[in-house]
Design a binder for this molecule. Sequence first.
Ligand SMILES: [Fe+2]
Length: 150
Amino acid sequence: MTIKWISELEIGIPVIDSQHKRIVEYINQLEHARQARSAQEVMDVLDELVDYTLSHFAFEESLMEEAGYPYLNAHKKVHQLFTRRVSGFMQRAKAGEDVTNELLHVLKAWLINHIKHDDRDYSEAVRINMEMTTGKVKARKGSWFSRLFG
Ligand SMILES: [Fe+2]
């Protein structure tokens, strides 16, 4: 079964929501490759999915850090544990084992749960920080300094 993107998965930060959507698309592509019984396609999609997800994690972590999110380290740990779990699957897959069913199950369950809980938890801190940063840029443009010397 493929995952349907529903508004409950949105955390209200457009750049993150679109990355999460992309990850969901990768998982659905993986499901498609599994149904097509194409081992090569499965491995190709998996490689891309893992690559994309790792850079997404790094991006999320940088936003949380900039926002001074107090549970950054705990969230990083969750990302690390998941990464280790997935690389275990990858090793088994590269050794010739068919892990697709098990992996798809884990990916779907983990991702949905992570977005709904862990990611939603940082969303407010990150959103406020983003708005403040944008506000600062605007204030600077119209500041007394820019009016005098701009
Ligand atoms: Fe996350």
